[in-house]
Design a protein. Sequence first.
Length: 255
Amino acid sequence: MTVIAGIGYALIALGPSLSLFVSVVSQKPFLILTVLSSTLLWLISLIVLSGVWRAFLPLKTTAWWPYAILIITSIAFQEGLRLLFWKVYKYVEIMGRLEDILDAFADKVSKPRLFLTDKMQIALAGGLGHGVAHAVFFCLSLLTPAFGRATFFVDRCSQLPFFLVSALIALAFVTIHTFSMVIAFNGYAEGNKMDQIFVPVVHMVAGMVTLINLASGGCVIGIPLLYFFAMLTLMHCGKMVWRRLTETRSRQSGS
């Protein structure tokens, strides 16, 4: 393995995020600020969680249930933080008149005013920040040895290099986090219980699926299952966005 392999693993984990950032986020300054603030928030949350669990690690057991408790508590904390992130966004929108500020900025630079798509892009940028923070914390931080002359395998997943497994898992979670935020924001805004429940359930199930990797050869099953939930999240988000845009278009044509 060389520098090329290390860069390849990094691009597997963050390549789609980079494309999304360049094609969508970088076009609007307020989306860049949203991504940066979201990434910082989720990195801090992961550091706090790691600090709390540091007292109990490493787990001196081969049983799966202590890892399940770790995953459940961590995901519950992050989902609570997601709701807090939404409430802060709404507070700024209502009390700070975010839409008026952005509309004034749009008028100043002769750009269109804030529309439904812009609100969805704000949620997308927030989710992208969450996904990038996850990839940096759980994948990029492990990639330094991948730039060396050899690769690394673990006994429980001898079929694939450890760094490739980390990158593939990171990409799946980046996808889940990015589009889950759009679903969650829509659910909170509309009071849609299905969307509000869908996000934490998928997050929790995807997190528990990673426990399959503890079994011998489990990565061969666990990784495809993760991508099933990533695609499920992506499809649900696409369906929801199409419905919202269709409804908005119908109201505009009716008025």
